[in-house]
Design a protein around this ligand. Structure first.
Ligand code: MG
Length: 303
C-alpha cells in the first residue's frame, strides 16, 4: 500500500499560521493555568465538548485513561459532547467506532463536521450533483444530497456541479492537480467537511481535507466553504444542544490551537489544550502557544 501524504508538526503549524486570515478571529486570555487531567478543571465547566482525535483517540487506538475520564465526568453530572472534524464516516458508523474504542456516547452527544456540512448542502439549490473525495467504500445516504464518489468516476471532474471534501484517505498530489485543473476550466463550489490540515495517526500526521482545500484556494482563487472547527456553524450546533448553559460554562477540549482553541474561544467557550497526545505530543506546546498567540484557558497534560 502506498503511504499517504504526511508532514511534521512544525510544517503543519506554519501552514495553520499562513492561512490564519481564512480562520475566525478571537480574543484570548493573557495566560493559561496548568492542569494534569480534565478532573482538575471539572468544577469550572458544566458542558465538556471533546475533540476526538488527540483527546479520545489517536488513529484507531483510545488514549489511555480517556474512557475512564469520560465515565468520571458523566458521574459528576457533566454534560458531554463530542465535536469532531472527522467527516469520513456516517454518524451511525462513527458511533460504532467510538463504541468499539470503549466509549458510550449517545447519538445526540456527537456533533460531526460531516453533519454540519450536510446541513449546509441542504441550503444549496436542490438537484446539484456533488463529487466527493471520500474514503474507500464510502456511503452518502446520510447527506441528504446527490453525492457520488469522485474516485469511482473521474468523469465527475467535468460533470459535477460542486465538490465535497469528506476524506483525504484516497487523495494525493495527482488527485489535487486534476481537481485544480477542473476548477480552472470551470469554477464550481467546493464544500470542505473537515477543515483540519493534519490529523495525528499512530505513525505521524496525515494531510487532511483542510490542507488540500487551502492549497486549492491559493492556486485557484476560489473560496471553499469550510464546515467544522474552527468555523462557527459547528459551535452553534453544540450550543443548540445545551441552550440553557452559558458559553463560559462550556469547555472546548482539544489538541489543536488553530481549530479547537481558536474556534472554541471565538464561540465564547472556555478552552483546554491537551498536550500529551495528538498534534503537540512530544513537542513544546507552550512554545507554539507563544508563537501564535492562541492562548487556551487551561493547558492540560492528558484527558
Ligand atoms: Mg484533534
Amino acid at each position: 500500500m502506498t503511504a499517504l501524504p504526511s508532514t511534521d508538526v512544525d510544517t503543519a503549524f506554519a501552514r495553520y499560521e499562513a492561512v490564519r486570515a481564512r480562520l475566525p478571529r478571537a480574543r484570548f486570555p493573557t495566560a493559561s493555568r496548568e492542569a494534569a487531567t480534565l478532573s482538575d478543571v471539572a468544577d469550572a465547566y458544566d458542558v465538556f465538548v471533546l475533540d476526538a482525535f488527540g483527546v479520545l483517540n489517536v488513529g484507531e487506538r483510545p488514549i489511555a485513561g480517556a474512557v475512564g475520564r469520560v465515565a468520571e465526568l458523566r458521574a459528576r453530572g457533566k454534560r458531554l459532547v463530542v465535536l469532531t472534524n472527522g467527516a469520513t464516516h456516517r454518524r451511525i458508523d462513527a458511533l460504532g467506532k467510538y463504541g468499539a474504542l470503549g466509549f458510550d456516547f449517545a447519538s445526540d452527544e456527537v456533533v460531526s463536521s460531516r453533519d454540519v456540512a450536510a446541513a449546509a448542502l441542504a441550503a444549496r439549490p436542490a438537484g446539484m450533483l456533488w463529487a466527493a473525495a471520500a474514503g474507500p467504500g464510502a456511503r452518502f445516504d446520510d447527506l441528504g444530497a446527490r453525492v457520488a464518489d469522485l474516485a469511482e468516476d473521474p468523469a465527475l471532474l467535468d460533470r459535477a456541479d460542486g465538490f465535497l471534501l469528506l476524506s483525504s484517505a484516497r487523495w494525493d498530489a495527482a488527485a489535487q492537480e486534476r481537481l485544480v485543473a477542473a476548477l480552472a476550466a470551470r469554477p464550481r463550489p467546493v464544500v470542505v467537511a473537515n477543515p483540519d490540515l493534519v490529523a495525528p495517526r499512530e505513525h505521524g500526521l496525515s494531510l487532511e481535507p483542510g490542507w488540500w482545500a487551502h492549497d486549492l484556494a491559493d492556486r485557484t482563487g476560489l473560496a471553499p466553504a469550510f464546515y467544522g472547527k474552527p468555523y462557527p456553524d459547528a459551535f452553534r450546533a453544540v450550543r443548540a444542544l445545551h441552550p440553557d448553559v452559558p458559553p463560559e460554562r462550556v469547555a472546548m477540549i482539544g489538541d489543536t490551537l488553530h481549530t479547537d482553541v481558536l474556534g472554541g474561544r471565538a464561540a465564547g467557550f472556555g478552552t483546554v489544550l491537551i498536550t500529551a497526545h495528538g498534534l503537540f505530543a512530544g513537542h513544546d506546546a507552550r512554545g507554539f502557544v507563544a508563537r501564535c498567540g492562541i492562548v487556551p484557558d487551561v493547558i492540560c497534560e492528558t484527558t
